[in-house]
Ligand binder design. Structure first.
Ligand code: AFP
Length: 345
């Protein structure tokens, strides 16, 4: 075998023996006693591949702009927001496992198979960081899977979701230099990269553990004059204390939570979006941003906090409820909480 045919054979073997996302999800779902969950993951992954293609084609086909409507939070909707929303809804419906969907782009719960034996609700942000679209930088999608308590009923699903259901899985897709898919079923976090040639997500980052030191911090310092008390003190502390004092040592902020958080999960650090004068309850959404990402970060050994309480302890009151948020290395998040507590004392 010459060099190039050897390399080709090696690549083929690596691909055919690789742990694909469907193979991984089937094994994990069986282990966790949620065998049907594998189908749901496969459908979400399929949606992600279609969204990745649409995002790549958005610029050449002129699908960058707003469409003149606003979502439930009042943000102007872009064409890709709506296209991605439709893609996810179609794929979730095809799974046959979803009773209802909450999306950043929908007002209420979109009912799917609520009268059948569908056992999950899915809450999602189809496109996170859509302001990055025009400039061709990273975007994301976020999903949380909640288990129903009253399968078969289409009555009172909003209250069931808010008051009774439990979050059983969370994950995200990052559309960046590569398309990455990261998910947890509550224990263990695994990351995959889309191999464009074969159109499949392959396991690239098994058992991700968020490093407890090093890395950077991500916060929009342009809002510092608006932040709740304590946040500026935290940032000054991080900026002035020597890097070997066990603090994040550099600032990274991309305008897409998924891009910032992906780096933090792999390298350590902390992402903060505090409450501020413009967003007294924070800006990020609990059901489809903070909660699923919190589940994932804590499953990777990190910490997820509103600044005062762990994200899983924040009471759910409304579908599009927002929360202040700090995610990342456990010690850094604890330090952030301490600065907020001291400012409040
Ligand atoms: P969009 O999805 O509406 O673009 O919001 C993105 C986001 O929720 C999150 O991904 C960013 O980290 C954050 O907003 C950026 O917001 P600021 O521009 O207010 O810092």
């Amino acid at each position: 075998m010459n060099d190039s045919s050897f390399q080709r054979a090696d690549r083929v073997e690596r691909s055919s023996r690789a742990t694909t996302l469907p193979r991984h999800a089937a094994a994990r779902a069986a282990e966790r006693g949620e065998p049907r969950f594998a189908t749901l993951v496969s459908e979400i992954a399929f949606a992600a591949k279609v969204v990745a293609r649409e995002a790549r084609q958005a610029a050449p086909t002129g699908r960058l702009g707003t469409v003149g409507s606003a979502n439930a939070s009042g943000d102007a909707q872009k064409e890709l927001d709506l296209v991605a929303n439709r893609i996810f809804l179609d794929c979730l419906e095809a799974s046959g496992l979803v009773a209802g969907v909450v999306s950043e782009e929908l007002e209420g719960v979109e009912l799917q198979r609520c009268s059948g034996d569908a056992e999950y609700f899915v809450c999602l942000d189809p496109i996170d960081g859509s302001s990055n679209l025009e400039v061709g930088t990273s975007l994301g999608s976020i999903f949380g899977v909640y288990r129903r308590t009253r399968p078969g009923s289409c009555e009172g699903v909003e209250q069931e979701l808010l008051n009774e259901s439990s979050l059983v899985a969370g994950g995200y897709v990052l559309y960046g230099a590569a398309t990455a898919f990261v998910y947890t079923l509550g224990e263990g976090v695994d990351g995959f990269v889309l191999d464009q040639g074969i159109g499949e997500f392959l396991l690239s980052h098994p058992d991700i553990r968020c490093p407890q030191s090093g890395g950077g911090y991500s916060i929009n310092t342009g809002n510092s004059h608006l932040w709740e008390p304590g946040v500026l003190d935290f940032v000054r502390h991080v900026d002035t204390v020597a890097p070997d004092a066990g603090l994040p040592y550099t600032l990274r902020y991309s305008g897409a939570l998924m891009a910032d958080l992906h780096r933090i999960l792999l390298e350590g650090g902390v992402y903060c979006y505090p409450a501020d004068k413009d967003h007294p309850e924070g800006k990020l959404r609990l059901l489809y941003e903070a909660a699923p990402l919190g589940l994932l970060v804590e499953a990777a050994g990190g910490r997820a906090s509103s600044g005062r309480e762990r994200i899983p302890e924040v009471p759910r009151r409304a579908l599009h409820q927002t929360t202040s948020l700090a995610l990342g290395s456990a010690g850094y998040v604890a330090t952030y909480e301490r600065f907020l507590a001291e400012a409040a004392a």
